[in-house]
Write a protein that binds this ligand. Sequence first.
Ligand code: COA
Length: 704
Amino acid sequence: MSELVTMTTIRRIAVIAIDNPPVNALSPGVPEGVQNLVNTANADERIDGIVVIGAGTTFVAGADINEFAKVASGQAAPLNLRDIFFEIESSAKPLVMALHGTALGGGLELAMSGHYRVLAPTAKVGQPEVNLGLIPGAGGTQRLPRLAGMAKALEMCALGQPFSAEEALAAGIADRIVSGDLLETAVAFAEEIAGAPISRTRDRAVGAPIAPAAIEELRGKAHKSMRGRHAPDVAIQAVTEAARVPFEEGCRIEAELFQQCLKSAESRGLIHAFFGEREVGKIPGLDKNTPTLAIAKAGVIGAGTMGSGIAMVYASAGIPVRLREVTQEALDRGMNSIRKNYASTVAKGRLSQSDMDTRLALITPQLGYEGFEELDVITEAVFEQMEAKRKIFAEIHQIAKPECILASNTSTLDVDEIASVTLRPEMVVGHHFFSPANIMRLLEVVRGKATSDSVLVTSMALAKRLKKVAVLSGNARGFIGNRILHPYIREAQFLVEEGATVEEVNEAIYDFGMPMGPLAMCDLIGLDVEFRIHQESRLHHKPGVREPLGIDLLYAEGRYGQKNGKGFSNYVNGRQAEADPAVTERIHASAKGLTKRSISREEIVDRCILAMVNEGARVLEAGTAMRAVDIDVVYLTGYGFPLYRGGLMFYADELGLDRVLARIEEFRSAHGDDLWAPAPLLIKLVTEGKTFSSLGPVLRTAKA
Ligand code: COA
């Protein structure tokens, strides 16, 4: 018997408990353990029925994703869950699955191979495999339509969203929702049905077929929310087979399709992204016993776009927040934008009016510093100018209690210089939120040279409470994300100077999977903002090196992007871009001495993306990012890099670093050393036959 699965008895019912923390994943030993104990219970004449339950806070959150990665890379043999579940379902004694927490993926497939399911009211069930580029592979696509009908099964498998207990009951996945003791109720249920004929999911008829138009509508929805991904189509294919072929044949087809998905780049990328998001929260080199500071009250200084967004983030997490501005007018503007923002979420049905009221009540707008002496974290979000930031930090240093974290939302400035005006630089840290702060998931936590470990650990934990993904960055210009973005915007402009149209550049990058092209992104951010960034950054450039011309030219013409309806494109009705061929022409004309040529989509993608990869390698060399995965997650959660590509550096690994280097060398020959000299780290990795992902953490980031 496996230790991961144990059996006890309550009266004449066997209780099989799965105990594989943290989420009771179906790691090797778990499914076979359940199978063996079901067989043991069947052979024991003192037993009338069986209950399977999860120990701890959840049923089974799925197959073990680590195993998928091992099987895909050939390091482990696949576990045949399909046959194991078939045998479990064959139990001659009634088998009740008792679900709490989550029953996801293989967890729901296991639950469906029971004869009945009772759910705790807060339980969730789902087939989220598409989120990993997979489909259910243990009979889920064949059992779900037999329980829930075609329409619901298609929806669950293609979109990957979980169902609540209520939805599961309505869909026929759950037999009962129990509000009392889950185990006791499940045992009583097993006693009640002992001896009655057994109804197995696999023997049920698949419900009414679904109209092709409804399938196409679902496909469209999946393509919209998971653009560029293949797994939703495969999931639809597998589920629809259930209506066409008998159960076992359907399972065979499902297994084949599952194997194809498991070998796909999409699945590798999504699994990397899944673990990456969890990995970045762990900071190597820190003492595990570093104390976390308690955060109960927060403050934000500055009620502009960023400040009011950050105040919303705190309020939405249930943390009371004081929002300070210097003029009543600016404060009112900030509060109005917060109200408008919440109200639009209410209008979309994603937030209740009472939750909106609760959140608003947690925000205290104010002109002074009253109450700031009680706060546990204060985030400065005034405009991006060193003098302004130094003034604020000198002020809050006087007011804040000693253990209060003093965070700056700077996106570019030196955190050490900001900290230098306080007498407690160890409490100062960068909390770089991304705009719009209430939506974007990324938080760059910037470590100054004196920032204490406690402040870092608390910042990482706080980010989780704020529903953000925190990535640690060293204190260097542009931190991780914006530094890497710089050559991307540069190359996009160069490409237009050399002969591509604005639309060709935007479309190639959109089709690569980014949410919009780089020039469309500049229009969204504002060409006035981009112009200022460019002016600032050229101070650090080597004289005589080619500078991009597009943004400067359009800014001088008064084209500021979406905000005034004209930038690289024209905008009607706010966001709808319309090509303006004259813009491309003027940028072509401004690049004197360049012979215009037609530029392939492949070159557009490689120039823009590999310029970022090369810069990413330098960011790693400098120790600004500790690990390649930190860069991956910054790009996935802050810049819309396609999730299924696993992140910027993982994309390069997948391309093959030797190919990446060869391409960069080509660009170096064409455009010179200053722009395209390959990063020494990239050359080293190619020489050693290694990848970015295989690198250990650069521990000196810790004190960069
Ligand atoms: N296999 C292996 N490990 C898993 C796992 C799985 N199916 N699901 C979660 N984990 C691990 C996480 O990597 C994390 O490990 P860590 O603490 O070492 O970083 C730990 O379990 C906790 O997960 P986390 O996501 O941080 O906890 P949560 O409470 O926020 O969310 C879940 C829990 C189950 C909702 C979430 O982990 C999830 O969605 N998991 C994937 C479920 C899935 O896709 N199942 C289908 C696979 S067939």
